[in-house]
Design a protein around this ligand. Structure first.
Ligand code: SAM
Length: 289
């Protein structure tokens, strides 16, 4: 089967199989060979690796992954792509396709079945309508994935990589940075897709941590983080006194201000100024009380 990495071949394949990109599944097919190879290179795929590709689409990146990896397991929700994938991947003996929703996939069963329970590498041009739930599901399943290299909307990449004090910084930045170290490895214009998305894109590489970078009770710390960013305009102490609840614990404004003082932070500081380390320290301080 010819390589799909050009607009001409992609268009011909879509026409031959009567495929219309389905918006409801976030289908924007990659057509640029340099970008596809760039993603696979950034993921550092070798023949030792078992790769999970989320949403193979018509198989453009799958063909390249099949050459680079030991095994490729694809999870695709759209069964109308069966005929095209059976042709575009006909020479790819190391590719397995599971026709299901990645958000409902048993990830432990998948790594047990295809990689003896060892960590997988994830590579994907993600459907943008479910980027955040997919990323959080993969990251929260600690130890299951060694790295995640994915195309996302540029703004999402910026939010994920943002640091304290910037307007992009928020609960998503802290959640991803707790589980992994994120890096933007490629910027990708709309012209590299068919159909062209309305937004710019970027490829993110998330290298998963073996151990979290900070010491805190996860549930407690993320309840603090959510309460801080739910009410971004309020001071942190005010936000926590209105929005924090974890295992039946709530906080008064006085308790929150006292904890901030113990950490040497001003009582009127906003959540968006605190680093992950400071949220962890605040969590330990409040839990001690
Ligand atoms: N990998 C292909 C490429 O780069 O050309 C297609 C990428 S397209 C942006 C997203 C793909 O994810 C589509 O094939 C879509 O059908 C699939 N998809 C959407 N939602 C999904 C879900 N919940 N679970 C699995 N696949 C999904």
């Amino acid at each position: 089967m010819e390589k799909l990495t050009s607009p001409g071949v992609t268009r011909a394949v879509l026409t031959r199989y009567g495929i219309r990109a389905r918006k409801k599944y976030g289908q924007n097919f990659l057509t640029d060979g340099r970008i596809v190879r760039g993603i696979v290179e950034a993921a550092g795929i070798t023949k030792e690796d078992c790769v999970l590709e989320i949403g193979p689409g018509i198989g453009t990146m799958t063909q390249v992954l099949s050459e680079a990896a030991g095994t490729v397991v694809c999870v695709e929700i759209d069964e109308t792509l069966r005929p095209v994938l059976s042709q575009t991947l006909e020479d790819c003996d190391n590719v397995e396709i599971l026709w299901q929703d990645i958000l409902k996939t048993d990830l432990k069963e998948l790594s047990d079945r295809f990689n003896n329970g060892m960590p997988l590498k994830v590579v994907a041009n993600l459907p943008y309508y479910v980027t955040t739930p997919i990323l959080l599901r993969l990251l929260e399943d600690k130890g299951r994935f060694e790295s995640i290299t994915v195309m996302v909307q540029k703004e999402v990449a910026e939010r994920i990589c943002a640091g304290p004090g910037s307007k992009e910084y928020g609960a998503l930045s802290l959640a991803v940075q707790y589980y992994s170290s994120p890096q933007v490895v490629l910027k990708v214009p709309p012209a590299c897709f068919m159909p062209r998305p309305a937004v710019e894109s970027a490829v993110l590489h998330l290298q998963a941590y073996e151990e979290p970078p900070v010491d805190a009770d996860e549930e407690f710390m993320f309840a603090l983080i959510r309460a801080s960013f739910n009410q971004r305009r309020k001071t942190l102490a005010n936000g926590l006194s209105h929005g924090f609840r974890c295992r039946d614990r709530v906080l008064t404004r006085g308790e929150a201000e006292a904890a901030l003082q113990a950490l040497g932070l001003p009582p009127d500081i906003r959540g968006e100024k605190l680093s992950l380390e400071q949220f962890a320290a605040l969590s330990r301080e409040l839990e001690r009380e």
